[in-house]
Design a protein around this ligand. Sequence first.
Ligand code: ADP
Length: 171
Amino acid sequence: MAELVIMRGDITEQEVDAVVNAANSSLSGGGGVDGAIHRRGGPEILAECRRLRVSRYSAGLPAGAAVATTAGFLPARWVIHTVGPVWSVTEDRSALLASCYRESLRVADELGARSVAFPAISTGAFGWPVRDGARIAVEAVRASATAVSEVRFVLFDDPAYAAFAGRLSGD
Ligand code: ADP
């Protein structure tokens, strides 16, 4: 089973085999993690995303799915793009959020990645309450039969770090 590690930091600085991007389905960049990854990773990532849109995902990458590209100038080998669900008060989309973590690890296994860094998917622009997002993230990773040996949650602010720390120590 993968070792789970949490840290405060910036996902674009992680020296791991794969960093996970909280992408949107158009794979065309955006704010938050997505913007930071494309800014620091350079144009090669976006070029590969555009090719994926033309070849495999003409309707966009669906929520809960994951796909890999080069990591460009980032100190990682691959970026795994996954699309989190937008938070909804009327509909339970937890399964889609869990699927983001599971599918990203499945793609990481296909690549042969041993270390993977995740942001707190959906907890920024997509509005997911961070404590619940942390619960789903940790449960999904723990339930995955992955060959990845280190899963690193890279949290950008104090509330996110506290949510993941509480979840890891509380059980
Ligand atoms: P989403 O659209 O899936 O909500 P966001 O990128 O808006 O994705 O936010 C996801 C989480 O990532 C938020 O908790 C946000 O604070 C955090 N975040 C933003 N930039 C970075 C970064 N460079 N590294 C790690 N986490 C980040």
